[in-house]
Design a protein around this ligand. Sequence first.
Ligand code: 13P
Ligand code: SF4
Length: 311
Amino acid sequence: VPERVDLLSEIARLKKEKNAIIMAHYYQINDIQNIADFVGDSLALAQQAAKTNADIILLAGVYFMGETAKILCPDKKVLVPDLNAGCSLADSCPADDFFEFKKKYPNHIVVTYVNTTAEVKALSDIVVTSTNAVGIINSIPKDQPILFGPDRNLGNYLKSLTGRDMVIWDGACHVHEQFSIERIVALKKENPDAKIIAHPECKKPLLVLADFIGSTSALLKYTIESEDKKFIVATESGILHQMIKASPEKTFIPAPPSDATCGCNDCEFMKLNTLKKVYLALKHEFPEVLVDEELRLKALKPIEKMLDISS
Ligand code: 13P
Ligand code: SF4
């Protein structure tokens, strides 16, 4: 990209010219959140994709989010800034292995978190996000056993909250598993007035310690509505941008990871996306997300079920 290209005005021009919409997850860098037409959590991104009138959706997030948008909108062109923006949680659940796992539990209803590949969604009865998981699990008849995947932390949290009979796949997100309990406890001692808030992908000891547990949008809402003025935030650091924007008078402390030298809670996949890549993707309409039609139709059913229940 020549230095003289003004990325912000070029992105705005291309968006208008191509009737494109930019949708960004809360974990994107601030610059991308600032130019996005819509910023949200995984559920909101799927809901927004399902109802947009744009011809092109540029999904600034990780690949499964673009794939979900394409599954919902086969006639639209779905672009992502970088095809390498994967997800360690989705990768922890290969479809072939999940297929074999599922075979062992023929009487179970298969509930999967949206952080999966289209192939795993195609093996599922219903998809959930961290925003709607409790409600969806409670809507399943009480005597129906559940197979949940791929996140073991979210799965165990849901099991304790709903009291349901659940078999859980052993997957996890490397970002949410890295937080240090010792360092968080020390931080809390230094800041006794701070509330610890955590995403349910975090490990159990941290969830036990947390004052509030929720999806990215639930955490944001909590910080806005709470009377408290200080928060230790145990999730990916990108969400702090919206928290600070909404409550500039409050203090937000990123929860420290175990590796003291790292000092950050970035998802390196989410952070692969840059403004320059957004510009290039819009300009060249590449990389494009494509999903085989037979697979798409199979993956669509459990996503539509989720959206019906969540609407
Ligand atoms: P949300 O569903 O809360 O947006 O989380 C998505 C995600 O990737 C968490 O790591
Ligand atoms: Fe996947 Fe974890 Fe990154 Fe979320 S934070 S996109 S679960 S790797």
